[in-house]
Write a protein that binds this ligand. Structure first.
Ligand SMILES: NC(=O)c1ccc[n+]([C@@H]2O[C@H](COP(=O)([O-])OP(=O)(O)OC[C@H]3O[C@@H](n4cnc5c(N)ncnc54)[C@H](OP(=O)(O)O)[C@@H]3O)[C@@H](O)[C@H]2O)c1
Length: 292
């Protein structure tokens, strides 16, 4: 019988996570589940920060360390700190070990791998690796199917790609110059969408539907809207008075919203966007009343 070629043995690098916040926690748990050894969870020295790092370290079989005591033995170090702290956290850890041969990643959507320049100058290969997903305390979204935008040095980008594939995420390359626009897009699809939902609750209150009831009653239509968007795209998911060209109804909405000026501004901005980008009837009549 012909001998089968031996399967290529891919050794998973050990990973250190800096920052046990929303993303760091989800990522460490997902990496642990995917069979990665998490070496250290690194935090600031504040007691609350150390407690969080210790808790997460316990869950993933890592050791917890503060920035000044970190050993950085792992081959991959993933910075999951706020954008404004990436460069300073990297600088604080730059003397902790020899960075030659190591890979340093950060998770910012807006910033490039240039934030890790200090570690590159010490021999590391660096990359930014941003999951297009929302992470909030108390929710651990699955990473399977999540797109990850990757940019940076070849070695680090390839290492990041392999890790993302092990997490069953979808890696894709992003140019340095496109990162800010990319992150602005991300802002629209989650944080600003959430702001729109918050505004919708204020409008619901004007109709006497308050708190949890507004959310519960909105969920079926919200879910169907997303289902339609996924299956049909934006143009074929668009219904309502603008699609029908119903000027009188839109006038009534604008009148209700005089009591909620921020929601009125959002309504007008989005309705104008709809007139420009989506199928609408009676555009001229609608444009006239939406100028106000
Ligand atoms: N959340 C998301 O939806 C999301 C999605 C994609 C990408 N990201 C990216 O992920 C990164 C982290 O965001 P996040 O939402 O997870 O933030 P977060 O929940 O605020 O967590 C940040 C963590 O970093 C720690 N930290 C702050 N400064 C530090 C420093 N100098 N050294 C070590 N640890 C430090 C904080 O610890 P203490 O304050 O307790 O000390 C906290 O645990 C950002 O680059 C963000 O752009 C986030």
């Amino acid at each position: 019988m012909p001998e089968r070629p031996a399967a290529r043995r891919v050794v998973k690098p050990h990973i250190t996570i800096v920052g046990a916040g929303s993303l760091g926690t989800s990522l460490a748990l997902a990496l642990h589940t995917a069979g990665y050894a998490i070496d250290e969870i690194i935090s600031r020295a504040r007691p609350a920060s150390v407690r969080k790092a210790r808790r997460l370290a316990m869950e993933v079989g890592a050791s917890a360390a503060t920035v000044t005591r970190a050993r950085i033995r792992a081959g991959v170090v993933w910075f999951c700190v706020p954008d404004g702290a990436i460069a300073s956290a990297a600088a604080s850890l730059s003397g902790a070990n020899d960075w030659h041969g190591k890979v340093a990643l950060h998770a910012s959507g807006a910033l490039t791998s240039g934030e890790l320049a200090e570690l590159r100058s010490r021999g590391a290969s660096v990359s930014s690796v941003h999951p297009l997903m929302t992470f909030v305390p108390g929710s651990r979204p699955p990473l399977a199917g999540v797109p990850f935008a990757i940019e940076g040095d070849r070695k680090a980008a390839l290492a990041a790609r392999a890790i993302v594939l092990d997490l069953r995420g979808r890696p894709f390359p992003i140019g340095k110059r496109n990162k800010q626009a990319y992150h602005t897009w991300g802002m629209f699809v989650s944080p600003l969408l959430t702001a729109l939902l918050a505004a919708s609750e204020r409008v619901a209150a004007a109709a006497g539907v308050r708190g949890g009831a507004a959310k519960q009653r909105a969920l079926p239509i919200l879910r169907q809207t997303l289902t339609n968007y996924a299956a049909l795209g934006a143009a074929h998911s668009f219904s309502g008075p603008i699609a029908r060209g119903d000027v009188e109804t839109v006038k009534k909405h604008l009148s209700v919203l005089r009591a909620i000026p921020e929601a009125r501004n959002m309504y007008i901005a989005l309705a104008r966007t709809a007139l420009r980008d989506l199928p609408a009837k009676n555009r001229v009549g609608l444009e006239k009343i939406l100028k106000k």
